[in-house]
Design a protein around this ligand. Structure first.
Ligand SMILES: C[S@@+](CC[C@H](N)C(=O)[O-])C[C@H]1O[C@@H](n2cnc3c(N)ncnc32)[C@H](O)[C@@H]1O
Length: 392
């Protein structure tokens, strides 16, 4: 056997162990992520500059293919069947052109989103089943919807001499989407994009998501409360998934929980989906109507806005807070050393939308919080605020 062949066999044997050693429900998420990062580095070493560029420059088509499959219902059809389906079966069930379905299936197979078990026969895998979830469809289609701002970014930066300030009203979104509206305003006018985005926000962000209430000493902050007290205000809380997590952990008898967001979002909350959570239309730019809550909570909200806008919002919260109140800012941070791919992508997305995003290392974020505190009359520091850092 040649040395090359021996090496290939050794590599194959190593790869075969991956699914048993690092299955997706591995208990220790950190171990799995470390292994993934090592494997990514190994794949990178196997690339030539040519194959690397090929993968990168054609990557948007992978996303668009997934988007088409989501909207056609291909993932739904495959996931419904326990066995495999032929291209013709799928096309028939979707009343779609067989040749088009064949091409999409080929792309999905090449990108591991379905399994081809024999020629032209496909079955669902874990990714297929995940892509049926509304939050995943929302995830895919939100990225498709944001594409205009991504492709406008090079032009917009070039035309501004690579010297731009975060400003939601003047960013790549306006150029790419050919609008004078901000991304949030555009969403309110496009129900399809709005629905996809809101569904996307319900996505469980980390495997520890269910433990959210244990990340912060809510029990202590909610101590000695009664049914009239306001425990938790989820500001910009989307469809209320985090508010509901807190509600499930603390019964109504312990106090009230309020969800606030713009009407374009609150109007989409399904009836009875948030038992014992009060839903309130509210724009953060306006005075905060809920006074003296124990916790004001913002997850993934401030990074979408320029500093001066965040300071304006925080001033409204500070004015409503009592000495017992706490402000909880929940964000993910990019580390300058060994940043993950995702966090750097997310950071660039922040630039396209005119937000500050999170392309900042931990200590710089701490500096910004002090800056926020110093900019508002009633210093938030007086009441204490927490920065909760997890993946978003
Ligand atoms: C990135 S999403 C985060 C949603 C939710 N907090 C979460 O973590 O899933 C930002 C949210 O802020 C809301 N938002 C944006 N501008 C707002 C404003 N001026 N007043 C209130 N909510 C706003 C959006 O509608 C959206 O639901």
């Amino acid at each position: 056997m040649s040395t090359t062949e021996e090496w290939v066999q050794e590599f194959e044997a190593l790869c075969a162990r991956v699914s048993t050693l690092f299955h997706s429900e591995i208990d220790d998420e950190n171990v799995r992520i470390r292994a993934l990062r090592l494997a990514e580095k190994a794949v990178h070493q196997l690339h030539t500059p040519m194959t690397f560029a090929e993968a990168q420059t054609w990557a948007p088509l992978e996303l668009f293919g997934a988007g088409v499959a989501c909207e056609m219902g291909i993932f739904d059809v495959l996931s419904k069947h326990s066995g495999s389906l032929s291209t013709a079966d799928i096309a028939k069930e979707l009343n779609a052109d067989k040749a088009l379905v064949a091409r999409i299936m080929r792309l999905l197979d090449a990108h591991f989103m379905v399994d081809q078990i024999s020629l032209g026969q496909y079955s669902a895998n874990a990714i297929t089943r995940d892509y049926v979830q509304p939050y995943r469809k929302g995830n895919v289609m939100t990225q498709v919807g944001l594409m205009p701002s991504y492709f406008a970014l090079p032009t917009w930066l070039r035309e501004n001499d690579y010297n731009v300030l975060p400003d939601a009203k003047h960013c790549a979104w306006q150029v790419g989407a050919n609008t004078s509206k901000t991304f949030w305003e555009s969403m309110s006018e496009d129900p399809r994009l709005g629905k996809y985005f809101n569904d996307y926000m319900t996505l469980p962000r980390t495997t520890q998501e269910e433990d959210f209430v244990s990340f912060y000493p809510f029990e202590t902050v909610f101590s000695n409360s009664n049914a009239d007290d306001i425990l938790f205000v989820d500001i910009g809380g989307g469809l209320g998934h985090q508010a509901m997590r807190v509600r499930n952990a603390f019964p109504r008898s312990r106090g009230r929980i309020i969800l606030q967001d713009l009407p374009q979002v609150t109007s989409k909350i399904a009836a009875n989906s948030l038992p014992d959570v009060e839903i309130m239309d509210h724009d953060m730019a306006d005075p905060q109507p809920v006074k003296g809550a124990r916790v004001y909570y913002l997850r993934g909200v401030l990074h979408n806005h320029a500093d001066h806008v965040s300071v304006q919002y925080l001033s409204q919260f500070a004015a409503a807070m009592s000495p017992e109140s706490r402000l909880l800012i929940h964000e993910a941070l990019a580390s300058d050393l060994n940043p993950t791919k995702n966090v750097t992508r997310f950071d660039l997305k922040g630039i396209t939308g005119g937000g500050r995003a999170r392309g900042i290392s931990d200590n710089k974020y701490a500096e910004r919080l002090v800056y926020y505190g110093s900019q508002i009359k009633e210093s938030l520091e007086r009441y204490g605020f927490w920065l909760l850092i997890t993946d978003l």
